[in-house]
Design a protein around this ligand. Structure first.
Ligand code: ADP
Length: 549
């Protein structure tokens, strides 16, 4: 802009200069000509008086002057010429001004000499004796005048050009300076040209609009990133060439990637698995796809959806390990339940059938009825345990948590079991001190019951079971120690699995369902308690449950 203003100012100045110079030359030229004509006319007037008095002698005595004086006889013969030998000059009667003067009174004409770039002005006057006096003078032509003036004019032009150059440069910079110094962030604070005020208002309006849009965009971006960053699911946005455009914190955690470094890299840099690249490929081709990715002992469900407008894809990564494990457990459990239910039912049905068919000696009927009764009880116990376990599984526990004194709860359970213990010739006792914990009484009761039941069932005649409760600094410790057959160390984790029994036949004999310890494990998990199984001090088993306060 500065150079444009500079060029415009300079060219205007130069144009004005050239026009001025042309005009000046023309004015000078016309003024010179007017002067010359006046001079010639007055010269002609006084010389004509002199000739009438002194004739040729007067003319010869005239001092040399710039004008040429010619005296011509009435027949056109040249009588005198101030610049040439009159006898050598041709007859002048044909000359325009002479002819005019001869036929009238005065004559005048102009003749140009191209080589000399001169203009000669002739004035002729017929004298009273019939002769004609002619005075002529030369004047430089416009071009020659211009040529003569060229040097000074050029010097003036050069000076003017230089001066106007400097001024134009300063002026253009001064004009542009306020515009260059505009603070576009705050156009309202700009004090420059009044003519720019509407532009500033428009700028200010646009600035506000842009700011509002940026704020709204930032707001929605923050909202979106707050949502995606706090999502448990991994979220990956892929570009058309499988480039990772963005990924949230969960996805970075799953793939052990650095969120900032992985952006802009190919999906391969994130994970090389076939499943991942396959779902990405399909989604980028416009088809939704899903797959399961197993990684570091965990299972992830991948859901890829196309984003056709952006030629991109969104990948959702869900940790389905627990879901899959639960699914597996449920499948196993259903198979086991059917099997476990079938066994006593088959026995019941078998005994009933042979009684019905009269194949049993009437004396043996009570014994068979007893077996049916025992199997039916086993079935009931099994169904009861399954229902308890299912309700624990689904968290559908009706009872609310409440402060429970674990020692008195254990005392209650043991008094209920006293008879069973006596029958098994096992001493059952409770010790320790009062310890309150916040839990569901029914579940805690069930847990203590199952532990004591096992400790009696898998004990030896004459053995003992000690239930102790101790309040610790940050927990309450429940310990059930027996002097029974013990659990081999390698099976101490397995015994908590559903339907697992170390000795199937012994468990059956004692009416076990194989679900007792599973219920204990679930109850402990519900109360966020930890379980440890060790050897008892006198052999047997020691099971400890630590309830955090
Ligand atoms: P069950 O109904 O068969 O007792 P549990 O789930 O209660 O089922 O126990 C699983 C298995 O763990 C039992 O079959 C038994 O073999 C073993 N077990 C449990 N508690 C004890 C214990 N105190 N001493 C020895 N073995 C035990």
């Amino acid at each position: 802009m500065t150079s444009r203003i500079f060029r415009t100012i300079l060219s205007v100045v130069l144009l004005v200069l050239v026009l001025c110079m042309g005009l000046t030359t023309w004015i000078l030229y016309t003024s010179f000509e007017d002067n010359l004509v006046t001079e010639l006319k007055s010269e002609l007037a006084y010389i004509s008086q002199g000739i009438l008095l002194g004739g040729t002698d007067y003319l010869s005595a005239l001092p040399a002057s710039s004008s040429r004086i010619t005296w011509v006889a009435a027949d056109g013969t040249v009588l005198f010429d101030s610049q040439a030998d009159a006898s050598l000059l041709e007859n002048h009667s044909g000359r325009e001004e002479i002819a005019e003067a001869l036929s009238g009174y005065e004559g005048e004409s102009y003749r140009y000499s191209e080589t000399l770039s001169e203009k000669t002005i002739y004035y002729a006057k017929r004298l009273s004796d019939g002769t004609v006096l002619r005075v002529s003078g030369t004047q430089a032509s416009v071009l020659s005048l211009l040529w003569q003036l060229l040097q000074p004019l050029l010097i003036v032009a050069l000076g003017a050009a230089l001066l106007s150059g400097v001024l134009a440069s300063k002026l253009s910079r001064r004009i542009v300076a306020p515009i260059n110094n505009l603070d576009l962030e705050h156009p309202e604070a700009c004090e420059s040209y009044d003519e720019l005020a509407p532009l500033f208002h428009k700028l200010q309006h646009q600035q506000k609009e842009i700011q509002d849009r940026i704020t709204a965009l930032r707001h929605s971006q923050n909202e979106l990133s707050a949502i995606t960053e706090n999502m448990n699911e991994g979220l990956i946005l892929l570009g058309s060439d499988e480039t990772v455009i963005s990924l949230n914190a969960s996805a970075a955690r799953v793939f052990l990637a650095d969120q900032d470094k992985i952006r802009g890299q190919n999906l391969i840099a994130l994970n090389r698995s076939e499943q991942l690249s396959l779902v990405a490929e399909q989604a980028l081709a416009g088809k939704p796809a899903s797959s399961i990715l197993n990684m570091r002992g965990r299972s992830y469900a991948l859901y890829a959806s196309p984003v056709p407008e952006q030629r991109a894809a969104v990948l959702l990564v869900l940790d389905v390990t627990e879901k899959q494990q639960a699914e597996e457990l449920r499948r196993e459990f259903s198979a086991n339940v059917s099997h476990e239910l079938k066994t006593p039912l088959t026995s019941i049905s078998g005994y009933a059938e042979i009684i019905r068919d009269g194949l049993v000696d009437p004396a043996d009927v009570p014994e068979f009825a007893g077996r049916i009764y025992a199997e039916a009880n086993r079935l009931l116990a099994l169904i009861r345990d399954i229902i308890r376990l299912s309700s624990l599984d689904e968290g559908a526990i009706g009872n609310q948590k409440e402060p429970v004194d674990l020692l008195s709860l254990c005392a209650g359970v043991c008094s209920r079991m006293q008879e069973t213990a006596e029958k098994a010739n096992v001493t059952l006792r409770v010790e320790g001190s009062t310890a309150n914990l916040f839990g569901v009484r029914a579940i805690l009761d069930e847990m203590v019951f199952n532990l004591c039941d096992n400790a009696i069932k898998y004990n030896k005649p004459g053995g003992s079971v000690t239930v102790s409760v101790r309040p610790l600094e940050d927990a309450v410790l429940l310990r059930v120690v027996d002097t029974g057959i013990g659990i081999p160390p390698e099976l101490r984790e397995k015994v908590f699995e559903r339907f697992y029994r170390v000795d199937k036949s012994h468990s059956k004999q004692t009416g076990g369902t194989g679900l007792g310890l599973s219920i204990v494990k679930h109850g402990a998990a519900y109360h966020k308690a930890s379980i440890t199984v060790t050897d008892g001090p006198e052999g047997g088993t020691c099971i400890e449950i630590r309830f955090p306060k």
